[in-house]
Design a protein around this ligand. Structure first.
Ligand code: GLN
Length: 195
């Protein structure tokens, strides 16, 4: 499927959804804001943006989105979570808040401590090739461990996992939508969920 024929949703309950929509539109993809279960019906993929994962959880419960979102993931549709979106997709975060629980990984919220709440680094991401990707971390989570079916896409120099993929589920601890570099969005629309 060509990007120009795709319709990708961006969960717009809260958080940085507009930036994702702009980057998708730059790639020629029809991008729509998603707030209700019925809006998921004809999507070719979904992005869950950064924001506040506890708020996503509460609003998703209120709007009846939890099971429809799980069903979309189970149907093999490409789904990408950035930052809070990654937390929301994870199976295990060590505390009680509503999660989709579809990514076989243990994720730690606000993992980088106060002094370095936010930082930016040039990150080698082998699936994107050269040059390194400028990764922006904002009160970011990290991935502590992944299951056997999860492929690690990027690590910090100390080995911390910050991007991963499990079949149709892509996660990044950082915010590609806050850069001008559309390689992660292109990777998502072209490769994720494809056999
Ligand atoms: N700290 C937020 C959370 O726990 C995530 C921050 C972000 O998405 N930039 O959900």
């Amino acid at each position: 499927m060509k990007p120009e024929t795709m319709k990708i949703g961006v969960l717009a309950l809260q958080g940085a959804f507009i930036e994702h929509i702009k980057l998708l539109q730059d790639l020629g993809v029809a991008a729509v804001e998603i707030r209700k279960p019925t809006e998921l019906a004809d999507l070719d993929g979904l992005i869950i943006p950064g924001g506040e994962s506890t708020t996503f959880g509460k609003l998703a419960v209120t709007f009846g989105m939890i099971e429809p979102l799980r069903a979309l993931c189970a149907a093999g549709k490409p789904v990408w979570g950035t930052c809070a979106g990654m937390i929301f997709l994870a199976k295990e975060i060590g505390r009680a808040q509503p999660l989709l629980g579809v990514l076989d990984a243990k994720v730690k919220r606000n993992a980088f401590g106060r002094q370095v709440d936010s930082f930016e680094i040039d990150l080698m991401v082998p699936v994107l090739g050269a040059p390194p990707f400028h990764a922006i971390f904002i009160r970011a989570p990290l991935i502590e461990s992944v299951g056997a079916d999860v492929q690690v896409l990027a690590r910090l120099d100390d080995g911390t996992i910050v991007a991963a993929q499990q079949a149709n589920i892509l996660v990044t601890a950082f915010h590609p939508e806050l850069t001008r570099d559309s390689r992660f969005h292109r990777y998502f629309v072209e490769h994720v969920g494809k056999k």
